[in-house]
Design a protein around this ligand. Structure first.
Ligand SMILES: NC(=O)c1ccc[n+]([C@@H]2O[C@H](COP(=O)([O-])OP(=O)(O)OC[C@H]3O[C@@H](n4cnc5c(N)ncnc54)[C@H](OP(=O)(O)O)[C@@H]3O)[C@@H](O)[C@H]2O)c1
Length: 257
């Protein structure tokens, strides 16, 4: 029988989270493992991943493994599929959370910086989805969750590459959702607003910029990373079974204006 709790139960599932040691990625890792999934944690630096893996395993009692890889490196992403399967079994839930932001007026934007943001924020999720989906399709169950942003839906000055990639992720998700619809694999997008993580260090360290954001957020404050635990569980679990190609916006009301 389906109960409210069983809707969100991930016992027996495996999840791989890119950008896992980040401010949001670590919340995703704890939430998915806390709901019963074994988790693979991906990022470029091994040390913070290993520390997080120990914390997640201790808190959840689930298996948590650190797999260092750069999501922009196609060969490394392909190798991740085998490494994750060897450690945990085939991956059921892919969370593409690795992302960067380089803030600069568009006229002064270097091509190398533009390309780097596109590589990490857009090409990385595509490579990971392309690599992990075949085993999900073969087993007839899977969840791909791309972490976009409210800035995929609205613009903001000095974020040309970031907003372009986050908007691109919305439509990438819709197209992958259509390609895999009816085969047990859903693809949805999480679109957070401003959360207090290292990604936003330049804003957190600048009281005027910090307050300017508060003034634009209808709920009157920045988001706290733990407030994304519920949304990620919803998208990763049976609770979202009739949802694909959709966007879940969690932004304190920014895009409602
Ligand atoms: N924080 C917010 O307010 C906010 C709002 C909307 C959307 N988002 C999105 O949410 C996602 C997570 O953000 P966050 O706040 O958790 O950022 P964060 O704290 O800066 O963490 C980002 C993580 O991504 C990893 N990463 C960066 N480049 C990578 C690459 N090439 N390959 C693999 N891993 C890479 C980093 O680890 P390494 O450096 O070790 O690789 C880091 O752990 C991002 O996509 C971001 O755009 C965040």
């Amino acid at each position: 029988m389906t109960t409210p709790a069983s809707l969100f139960d991930l016992t027996g599932r495996t999840a791989l989270i890119t950008g896992a040691a980040g401010g949001l990625g670590s919340v995703f890792a704890h939430a998915l493992a806390g709901a019963g999934a074994d988790v693979a944690l991906v990022g470029r630096r091994a040390e913070p991943l290993e520390q997080l893996a120990a914390e997640v395993a201790a808190a959840s009692g689930r298996r948590a493994v650190a797999l260092a890889a750069d999501v922009t490196d196609e060969a490394a992403v392909r190798a991740l599929v085998g490494a994750a399967a060897a450690a945990l079994g085939p991956i059921d839930i892919l969370v593409n959370s690795a992302g960067i932001n380089i803030r600069r007026p568009s006229i002064a934007y270097d091509l190398a910086d533009w390309q780097r943001v596109l590589q990490v924020n857009l090409t990385g999720p595509f490579l990971c989805a392309q690599a992990f989906a075949p085993a999900m399709l073969a087993r007839g169950w899977g969840r791909v969750i791309n972490v976009s942003s409210m800035l995929g839906q609205v613009g903001l000055a000095e974020r040309s590459a970031y907003t372009a990639t986050k908007g691109g992720l919305l439509n990438l998700g819709r197209t992958l959702a259509l390609e895999w619809a009816g085969r047990g694999v859903t693809v949805n997008t999480l679109a957070p607003g401003p959360f207090m993580t290292e990604l936003n260090r330049p804003l957190l360290d600048n009281p005027a910029a910090f307050q300017a954001f508060v003034d634009r957020i209808p709920l009157g404050r920045w988001g706290e990373p733990h407030e994304l635990a519920g949304p990620i569980l919803f998208l990763a679990s049976a609770a979202s079974s009739f949802m694909t190609g959709a966007v879940l916006t969690v932004d304190g009301g920014w895009t409602a204006q």
